[in-house]
Design a protein around this ligand. Structure first.
Ligand SMILES: [Zn+2]
Length: 423
């Protein structure tokens, strides 16, 4: 069985306190020209061993950064040859390119007395930027641990501009844990995250094994309640109370999301060699308008946090995660494949073609699992019937209510008493 090191990429915003952001921007443009020049020389047939030195002579970057950017460009060429992709990597694109650097060479991190993580990035030779990292609790947590513990190794990082904000993406590797290779999985668990629930479907080569909807209405409720309270004190000009409330809300939501993610991982472990599959919502914000459902999902619940906690906890149990393109997952009929926006009406799904009826989030999780199966290059099993949707509700205390069956599916499946399973 193949296993992989447990690697995480942690994303942060830079709160720059000394040094010049413009300089950093120039350096990312310089990195682009290093990338382009490397690709150009490789296309010209220059010996790859000779390229790093030739490019480094002209680059106004820290040496280690130039080397890492050259290596990434050659990696792109290598991939192109290996997989026989259509079209070579471009050497004429403009705009910024991430500054790559090895830890303690092109960049450095340290814990401050306040418990923040301070950074130092070499943008250009003899020119540094300093400040502290800002980001989600989850990412900061791991980085703080990594800085203090031998169990984690801090690796390369990329400094880049995302929506005009300077960010640092740091790779960390856990030296004691490994994760099973995705290809060795036997079950795919599709996870559909929504504002007040998460829908799960386990799919194997034999078909849908089981399905579960975890409701967490109190997260939505509490977020709205805190939002109203914060507005009120804000209008009264009480900033400190506002901040306290914000901190409390964050801790509440964080705590609940941890519990839900633990539930997801626990459920997934009941199946043979699971691989957990999520929608990749990262790229979407920048690209196409995916309609109101998607926008609402992006702006409401801290989705990424739930996905992140789940994948984090899963990897500690050796369970791999995969990411799929979210397009049409909520509109496609899992039974016949017919895709139409009108199939879905809030939580109800009714296929305009074959008449299949379902809980719409469960349907989406089936579609996510199907995409995951395709991604792993298995054959997608024919879906003739889907199990009854079981629902559990997470209470504020963290306890789980007994499952209830809500939406029986129309085609052929009989409820067979499997509903009372505890989670
Ligand atoms: Zn259909």
């Amino acid at each position: 069985m193949t296993t992989n090191p447990l690697v995480k990429t942690l994303d942060f915003q830079l709160d720059i306190q000394s040094g010049n952001e413009g300089l950093l921007y120039d350096a990312t443009l310089e990195a682009r020209s290093v990338y382009n020049e490397t690709i150009r020389l490789a296309k010209e047939g220059v010996n790859w061993n000779a390229i790093p030195d030739r490019v480094a002579d002209d680059a106004n970057l820290v040496k280690n950064t130039t080397q890492r950017v050259v290596a990434k460009a050659l990696g792109a060429m290598e991939n192109h040859y290996e997989y026989d992709d259509f079209g070579q990597p471009s050497h004429t694109k403009d705009g910024t390119y991430p500054l790559r650097a090895n830890y303690e060479e092109g960049y450095n991190l340290s814990l401050t007395d306040d418990g923040d993580v301070a950074f130092r990035i070499s943008a250009k030779p003899y020119n540094h930027l300093k400040g502290v990292l800002e980001g989600s609790e989850a990412h900061l947590d791991i980085l703080q641990t990594a800085l203090e513990s031998d169990e984690w190794k801090i690796g390369t990082a990329e400094t880049l501009f995302h929506n005009e904000n300077a960010e640092l993406h740091v790779n960390v590797t856990n030296t004691e844990q490994t994760v099973r290779d995705k290809q060795d999985s036997r079950t795919v668990v599709g996870v559909d995250v929504n504002e007040d629930n998460v829908a799960l479907t386990a799919l194997s080569e034999g078909g849908v094994e089981d399905t579960l909807v975890i409701d967490f209405p109190e997260i939505k409720f509490e977020r709205h309640r805190y939002f109203t309270m914060r507005k009120r004190v804000q209008n009264a000009g009480k900033d400190s109370i506002h901040n306290t409330l914000e901190g409390r809300e964050e801790r509440f939501v964080c705590d609940r999301l941890h519990k839900v993610s633990r539930h997801i991982v626990g459920w997934s472990q009941r199946f043979e060699k699971p691989c957990i599959v999520f929608e990749d919502l990262k790229e979407m914000r920048d690209s196409i308008d995916y309609g109101t459902r998607m926008n609402r999902r992006l702006h409401h619940l801290p989705f990424r946090a739930l996905q992140y906690y789940t994948s984090y906890k899963a990897s500690f149990r050796g369970i791999p995660t995969a990411w799929i393109n979210p397009e049409y997952t909520s509109q496609r009929c899992p039974m016949c494949g017919h895709t139409e926006r009108a199939n879905r009406n809030k939580k109800r799904f009714k296929c305009r073609d074959c008449g299949h009826q379902d809980h719409s989030d469960r349907g989406a999780s089936v579609n996510i699992a199907v995409k995951g199966v395709k991604k792993l290059d298995w054959n997608v099993p024919a879906l003739n019937s889907l199990p009854v949707v079981r629902k559990v509700r997470r209470q504020a205390s963290g306890a789980v209510d007994a499952p209830t069956v809500t939406h029986p599916t129309v085609r052929g499946y009989q409820a067979d008493g499997r509903v009372g399973v505890s989670d």
